[in-house]
Structure formats: C-alpha cells, structure tokens
Design a protein around this ligand. Structure first.
Ligand SMILES: [Fe+2]
Length: 192
C-alpha cells in the first residue's frame, strides 16, 4: 500500500510532511501534539484549503444523523489519517472513542462536546467555536460525543494516529453505559 491523498494538494502534502517530521522528532505523543499545534492551528485558520465537497453531510451515514466522515489523507501503513467530520445542524454523534492520539479541531460551525469518563458518566461539557482545537491523548478524555449547535453543519478536522474510520472501536449507550463494537467508515473510501 502507498500513501493515499484523497485531497491531493500542496497544502495537504506539506502538512503531512511537517506532521511526520514532528512525530519522528518527538519523544512522546504529547510532545508530538505540542510540536504540531502551530501547524494544525494554521490549517484551521485557512479558509481555502478544504473543498466544499468534503464539507457535505452523508445521507447514508454509518454513524446515523447524516454524519459524513471524509478521508483526506491516509498513510501507507495506516498510522496516520487526516479526515473531516461533518455533523449536520441539530445532529449528534453517538458517544464514541477513538483509540488513538492526535489533534481535533473545529473548522466551521459550532459544536457542544460532552466528555465521558470510563464508566460512561458525563464528566465535562464544552462549547467549541471555529479555530478551537485540542490534543486527544487516550485513555484521557477519549470517550465523547459532539453535537452541532450552529444553524449549518459543523466541520471538524481530525489528525489521528490510526485509521479511525476503519478500525473497530466502540460506541456507548448513554442509558445502559454499555460498549458496542463500532466502525464509522468513510464516505469516500471503503474499508477492507
Ligand atoms: Fe470523536
């Protein structure tokens, strides 16, 4: 397998190059996230790099609610992915985990994020505006749900160190607190 650039532009190539260099030079995942922060913030602040076709909901969503997960880049050994998550107005993701570290930030629209502890009890709630982003360093704060609060869809950008759309992870029932196997898929690329 080789690197896959679903969005094959100089901006994405340069971003991935810089991210890989930062990861290679960093002594830990947390240090890598810190090193990538300025680059990730610049991507969120750039209004021009993400075509409209990657900012559309998906009526056939495997996640429900018309949510679209658009793959933009995937590394040959599936150790790194960049994707856009589109959540329509009023829709929410299931409560889910990611099982990989990386950075997640809001590009367009607004969201409420609910973070759950490992017993799937609500721990924290926060509002996200465009440009807001955070490092995801599991197991800390790996279980969450996001809901779009803007009148238009929200678009968040995820840089994660696994093939998030295709790995089996977990969704959680908010009432029973039970985990279920969960694979979100991508709109534009099948999983093997
Ligand atoms: Fe998530």
């Amino acid at each position: 397998m080789s690197d896959e650039y679903l969005l094959d532009t100089p901006v994405v190539h340069e971003f991935v190059h810089d991210v890989r260099a930062a990861i290679a030079a960093a002594p830990s995942a947390a240090a890598a996230c810190d090193a990538i922060r300025p680059r990730f913030g610049a991507l969120l602040a750039d209004p021009d790099w993400l075509p409209e076709r990657f900012q559309q909901p998906n009526p056939d969503s495997g996640m429900g609610g018309g949510i679209g997960q658009w793959l933009l880049f995937r590394g040959a050994d599936r150790e790194l992915t960049l994707f856009a998550l589109v959540v329509p107005a009023g829709a929410a993701t299931p409560i889910h985990d990611h099982l990989a570290w990386g950075l997640v930030g809001l590009y367009r629209g607004s969201q409420d994020e609910e973070i759950y502890d490992d017993r799937v009890d609500l721990k924290e709630q926060r509002a996200l505006a465009p440009g807001d982003f955070y490092a995801l360093l599991p197991p800390r704060d790996d279980i969450h749900r996001v809901r779009t609060t803007s009148p238009e869809q929200s678009v968040s950008i995820h840089l994660l160190t696994n093939d998030t759309g295709c790995v089996w992870r977990h969704s959680y029932d908010e009432h029973t607190h039970q985990a279920e196997p969960f694979r979100s898929g991508y709109v534009n690329v099948p999983c093997d």
